[in-house]
Design a protein around this ligand. Sequence first.
Ligand SMILES: Nc1ncnc2c1ncn2[C@@H]1O[C@H](COP(=O)(O)OP(=O)(O)OP(=O)(O)O)[C@@H](O)[C@H]1O
Ligand SMILES: O=C(O)[C@H](O)COP(=O)(O)O
Length: 396
Amino acid sequence: MPKQTVRDLDVKGKKVLVRVDFNVPQTKDGAVADDRRIRSALPTLKDVLDRGGSLILVSHLGRPTGDPAADAPFKLDTVAAKLQELIGRPVEKADDTVGPSAKKLAADLKPGGILVLENVRFNKGEKKGDPAFAKELASLADAYVNDAFGTCHRDEASMVAVPEQFPSEKRAIGFLVEKELKILDTLLKNPKSPYVAVMGGAKVSDKILVMETLLKSVDKLLVGGAMTYTFLKAQGHGIGKSRVEADKLDVARNLLDSAGGKIVLPVDHLIADKPEAGAQTKVVDGPEIPDGWFGMDIGPKTIALYSQIILEAGTVVWNGPMGMFEVEAFAKGTKAVALALAESPGVTAVGGGESAEAVEKFGYADKVSHVSTGGGAFLESLEGKQFNSLKVIPDR
Ligand SMILES: Nc1ncnc2c1ncn2[C@@H]1O[C@H](COP(=O)(O)OP(=O)(O)OP(=O)(O)O)[C@@H](O)[C@H]1O
Ligand SMILES: O=C(O)[C@H](O)COP(=O)(O)O
């Protein structure tokens, strides 16, 4: 059932509390390193403003510990400044979330105004889902919108207890969440075959559940990245010094056994004498990594094989890089998979922080059907989980 969206809300002259996910990567000096999550929220924000409403924006940034000195880099000032630049209107920033600064600025907010509250995780009540904290936060606004797809798998106050404070006709999802749910619906319920999943990244352990679930619906699951070596070791092959999860060999074996031949492992590898730039590299055919060497990327034959499968797919979902793509010498596989998705005529979705970053970095973000703003939220959605943050938003 489609959810009530921001377009169903009467926002004229109203203060709309929008929960956004502005948990963006930062540079060492605290600047916004990647503004994709902020840009992705703009359609919802502009809609409220264009229809005569004002915005009270709530987000977390990082995982604050409660120590004010250590948490200072998680203040939302640079994020608010970036939003002001992107939206082209003045943005005010409160020094707290529900304290005197937030209350005064929220009370004075005029139609067309934008207020960013301080990092919601600076409040103990947020993680605990505390109803008293939620009540205070909700009291600042007239309506609630969840446009924080990346946080939808969390039961924190601003995601669940806050919307519960509003009458059901005043709760909605934003356009970003609507778009993310639509593509997930296609992936989960209506994928055009052949349906291909591409799984990479560091750990099998992060992806077990999603792989188990995907194996029920995909035709092929292509494996890359460091997790390859856990699978190869589980099959009894030598993996040299490659990154491996030695305690997940049984899990990997069980996945291979239950996959009915759907799991495809790399047929060759780019290996290196050290896992860093400037390393000596070579390509090895077959599943054995020589002693003392590190498997760093899929090899050219695997690139050709995976690209072919992706180009012939009706639907592709990709999570996790094919190698240590941050180092240029180990980026070929990830780049080739990104290109294949961009050129595939099917529905192509990329989820997960690192793979999304790779698609952006290589310039293919506009050529795939969807780049999710979710990491954990995207994976858990693919696992078929139903989130409380969405259960509290009524169907239309
Ligand atoms: N062969 C390899 N050896 C060592 N590290 C690798 C290898 N392949 C990939 N990696 C590393 O794995 C990391 C990405 O793994 P991760 O599981 O976090 O990916 P992701 O699921 O796309 O990202 P996220 O968890 O942020 O959504 C990258 O930093 C990459 O360098
Ligand atoms: O980046 C994310 O996945 C979301 O913003 C959620 O952040 P969290 O993992 O710290 O809850």
